[in-house]
Design a binder for this molecule. Structure first.
Ligand code: MD6
Ligand code: FE
Length: 205
């Protein structure tokens, strides 16, 4: 795994490592994600208000983030199959340790799949018990237009997240508002058929 240099982003606590994963690691991680998805298939969650997400989701790790009419939460079982989520791939556990330096490993990894017009509205990640632990995000496939701004609201800025890029919300940016405006088609050849995968590692409990 190549060493990555963190870029200054101007948003304190938002950390960004462009190209943290080179093409061989991206392919390795993609193979691991395919193994996860074979055991825990993507499904389309609903918002608590009953609207379907445009993004497909699954999880790995002891806990997975889910959304349905009962609300947002972490749970140990896939909501469709009723089976436990598969383990988090070791490559991701290594990346977490190396980039965040956090003393405890992640216990949840949400996997998002964007195809076509899928997007994700501005939100905060705040369903975790310990909001001092970072959230680490890994992008694979087509480039995303990622929007981020302060927790309290106000101006947002855009960062293009390309395949192999990693970013993290830490410290003062842990509750930053962020989302995905859109995916730029045909910007990567990693996923056959195009689209984007995003993996977010968290400490839920
Ligand atoms: C995405 N990412 O990149 C959505 N959350 O598809 C997130 O919601 C996210 O990138 C927390 C920390 C980093 C992120
Ligand atoms: Fe998020």
């Amino acid at each position: 795994m190549a060493t990555a240099r963190q870029l200054e982003t101007g948003l304190e606590g938002f950390r960004y490592w462009p190209g943290a994963l080179g093409p061989p690691d991206q392919s390795r991680l993609l193979a691991e994600v395919r193994t996860v998805v074979a055991r825990a298939p993507f499904y389309r969650p609903e918002t608590p208000g009953g609207r379907p997400f445009s993004v497909l989701m699954t999880n790995c790790g002891p806990l997975g983030w889910v959304s349905d009419r009962a609300g947002y939460r972490y749970q140990p079982l896939h909501p469709v199959s009723g089976r436990p989520w598969p383990a988090i791939p070791p490559l991701l556990l290594d990346l977490w340790e190396r980039l965040t330096g956090h003393d405890a490993p992640p216990d949840a990894c949400l996997v998002n799949l964007y195809r076509g017009p899928a997007r994700m509205g501005l939100h905060q990640d705040r369903d975790e018990v310990d909001l001092t632990a970072p959230v680490l995000s890994v992008s694979l496939g087509d480039t995303a237009v990622f929007r981020i701004g302060p927790a309290a609201g106000g101006p947002t800025r855009v960062v293009r997240l390309a395949s192999g890029d990693v970013c993290a919300l830490t410290g003062p940016a842990r509750l930053a508002r962020h989302g995905i405006d859109r995916i730029l088609p045909d910007t990567s050849r990693l996923l056959s058929g195009g689209g984007r995968l995003n993996l977010t590692l968290r400490r839920a409990r």
